[in-house]
Ligand binder design. Structure first.
Ligand SMILES: C[S@@+](CC[C@H](N)C(=O)[O-])C[C@H]1O[C@@H](n2cnc3c(N)ncnc32)[C@H](O)[C@@H]1O
Length: 249
């Protein structure tokens, strides 16, 4: 990622959410203070190189975008792209999207929550890193406005099944919408995200879904996480023979 060093940290700061020093109280994010206006806010969790945020924010200057990414190098890479293009309606946080959604974003304050190509984390010992869980969907349902949308995409059919089943498990709190249509892929930037571009160029199918947050409350008990099992064909694709349980990547 060569362009990360093009600007100093100070030059990138206008589009970075300040970190919270360890041990300090966790302040809520106040959108009006952050963006200086009352425009609607869309949030992306796990933005990677930031293609979605960059293209969407440039096309929709009347919308504020907040991205949350756990890897600092991607936060700085995406910030570099934003500063290069003079895009000012995006704020990039570095942290765990699950925690930021749960602890820092005000209830009913987000128009759209985007989660694209989250890592499946197949190994049992890594499972706790998986972003899309029942707790995450409850936090998503809390921050979304009534009528707000949850938009997801993955190349992993089994993870798509898990994600949609968790949302269905929230009962009438979410209503399924028709899945978003893919872009035409006319040029390098005409893809939802960098991962989508990579997978579509490889000819792999993409599984998409969208849900609307309704007025309904959540069920009394959270739906169970259906769990993610790597299908045999995935083993086949990456290995000459199936690995013993939990040794897959
Ligand atoms: C497979 S990549 C997809 C990146 C991007 N959405 C795309 O489609 O090109 C998953 C991204 O999620 C980030 N990520 C993983 N766990 C996260 C978490 N708990 N909070 C925020 N970001 C996370 C990873 O660092 C990585 O950039």
């Amino acid at each position: 990622m060569p362009r990360t060093k093009k600007f100093t940290r100070e030059q990138l700061e206008p589009c970075l959410l300040p970190d919270i020093p360890r041990g300090d109280p966790i302040p809520p994010i106040v959108w009006r203070e952050l963006f200086g206006n009352d425009h609607g806010v869309e949030v992306e969790i796990g933005f990677g190189k930031g293609l979605f945020l960059t293209t969407s924010a440039a096309a929709n200057p009347e919308i504020n975008y907040c991205g949350v990414e756990i890897e600092r190098k991607y936060q700085l890479y995406a910030a570099t792209r934003l500063i290069e293009r003079g895009i000012t309606n995006v704020c990039l946080a570095c942290g765990d999207g699950r925690e930021i959604l749960r602890d820092r974003i005000a209830p009913r304050s987000v128009e759209v929550l985007h989660v694209y190509f989250p890592d499946p984390w197949w190994k049992t010992k890594h499972r706790k890193r998986r972003v899309f869980t029942p707790e995450f969907v409850r936090a998503a349902g809390n921050v979304l406005k009534c009528g707000g949308r949850l938009s997801i995409a993955t190349d992993v059919e089994a993870y798509h099944g898990v994600m949609t089943r968790i949302v269905y498990g929230m009962g009438p709190a979410f209503r399924e919408l028709p899945p978003p249509l893919p872009s035409e892929g006319k040029d390098e930037s005409d893809y939802l995200t960098s991962f989508e571009r990579k997978f579509r160029m490889e000819g792999r199918p993409i599984y998409r879904a969208a849900f609307e947050r309704t007025e309904a409350s959540f069920p009394d008990t959270l739906p169970q996480d259906p769990g993610l099992t790597r299908p045999f064909k995935e083993f086949d694709k990456y290995n000459s023979s199936p690995p013993p349980e939990d040794s897959s990547t």
